[in-house]
Design a protein around this ligand. Structure first.
Ligand code: FDA
Length: 398
């Protein structure tokens, strides 16, 4: 059987690319080894799919995307914007709303978006083979031959849309990286990103009691040029830290580096404690609870006997140290929860070997789109927008 394009991976990028290519009149085959399409869309955004972000600025992609060359995504993002995807969502009558920081979510369920993408594939006459494994991809004259569970197919173009390594239990594989290497396309070492960070048992013991506590913080990592900070919510877990603040910073964090966390989210606690000392006889923990959650205040003062007394009996130095420890908490994660919990994979197919206009690799007719590429977005709909935009660039180039 011969096709104009065979797309491997029926996730966000693969489905969107297949529909667009089909609607342009190409004969398209979409293959996935899973029996369901787009499992990650299904579980995304807490089941509501944070499908794009209105704050995305294609002129400054490095603001919300990382990778060895963060500028690589500029062209594709400029040619297919959040408004373009919103127009499609509106055409399908899917209700949505904005949460904070430009994040757009469906009102009902992620299923709405899956149905929309499948409907676009159907409109484009896309053939779908699922579950179906691809055992080999080889070049032939004028294109490629793929050996699959359902027989041999030939095609002019192969699009790899198999995503990253996160959440292996719903079908993530290293297929994309293996195909890249087979054709001499370089791969930047993949690593878990948007992932909770963990700490050694002993170092974490004093904080384990805070599991379940969430609070707004300012968190940063890196030094000088690599320094990056986020003002987001932090969540204490039994093994470490999670929540949007830590997921965001985890994409930039490298092993051995400290995290610097302002648990007061920018409040001037030192002055506030000194003011309280002048008028109050309450315990320091009680006064502190006006600025941070009381569970945190109670646990925090346990670290030093000088903090476990009425505030009017505390020395200025002890109060200054308490304020500093809260607003400049420095802690070195021992690792992360890994691909089991990571929302995305950073690294991937090296953008030096891809065209930023078309996503075609240096191997003619072989394209890579979506998360398999070394382009990683922030939390908040940026990764889906990259999937849509890279799929769009590819579909219009074939
Ligand atoms: P995706 O992973 O979607 O699809 C890859 C497809 O390839 C899958 O269908 C898989 O079965 C298939 N495949 C893999 N190996 C194969 C093989 N060997 N042969 C055949 N098929 C194969 N992003 C965002 O912007 N907003 C959000 O709300 C969220 N929320 C979110 C929650 C959770 C829990 C996770 C894990 C991730 C998110 N994300 C997100 C990230 C987002 O889901 C992700 O970036 C996109 O789904 C990537 O789209 P792709 O199409 O590239 O890969």
């Amino acid at each position: 059987m011969h096709f104009d394009a065979v797309i491997v991976g029926a996730g966000a990028a693969g489905l969107f690319c297949a529909g667009l290519a089909g609607e342009q009149g190409l004969k398209v085959l979409l293959i996935d080894h899973s029996d369901k399409v787009a499992e990650k869309i299904r579980i995304s955004g807490g089941g509501r799919c944070n499908f794009t972000n209105r704050d995305l600025d294609p002129r400054a992609p490095q603001k919300h995307f990382l990778g060895d060359n963060a500028n690589f995504c500029r062209s594709a993002l400029a040619r297919f914007t959040p408004n373009d995807f919103i127009a499609l969502v509106q055409k399908h009558g899917i209700p949505f709303h904005e949460k904070h920081k430009g994040q757009l979510f469906g009102d009902r369920s992620s299923e709405d978006f899956i149905r929309m993408l499948v409907a676009e594939c159907d409109a484009g006459g896309v053939q779908r083979w699922q579950p179906c494994k691809v055992s080999s991809v080889a070049t032939t004259e004028g294109g490629y031959t793929l050996e699959t569970d359902r027989g041999t197919v030939t095609t002019r173009n192969v699009v790899i849309a198999t995503g990253g390594l996160s959440i292996p239990k719903i079908g993530a594989t290293d297929f994309g990286y293996r195909i890249a290497k087979q054709f001499g396309v370089r791969v930047v070492e993949p690593r878990p990103a948007l992932v909770p960070l963990t700490f050694d048992g002993d170092a974490w013991a004093p904080f384990a009691q805070l599991a379940g506590l969430a609070l707004p913080v300012i968190i940063e990592t890196g030094e000088k040029k690599t320094r990056i900070a986020f003002h987001e919510d932090l969540l204490f877990t039994h093994r470490g830290l999670s929540g949007p603040a830590v997921l965001q910073v985890s994409s930039y964090w490298r092993e051995g580096q400290p995290l610097r966390i302002d648990l007061t989210a920018g409040q001037d606690i030192e002055q506030a404690l000194r003011d309280a000392k002048a008028r109050s006889r309450k315990l320091i923990a009680n006064e502190l609870a006006a600025f941070v959650p009381s569970r945190l205040a109670d646990a925090w003062v346990q670290q030093d006997p000088a903090w476990q007394r009425p505030i009017n009996e505390a020395s200025d130095k002890a109060l200054a140290q308490l304020a500093q420890r809260l607003s400049r908490w420095e802690i070195v994660p021992t690792g992360s929860e890994g691909y089991r919990k990571a929302e995305v994979t950073a690294g991937g197919v090296d953008t030096r070997d891809l065209s930023s206009q078309t996503m075609e690799s240096k191997q003619p007719g072989l394209y890579f789109i979506g998360e398999v590429v070394d382009v990683t977005g922030w939390l908040g709909g940026y990764n889906f927008q990259w999937a849509w935009a890279s799929a769009h660039a590819c579909a219009h180039a074939m």
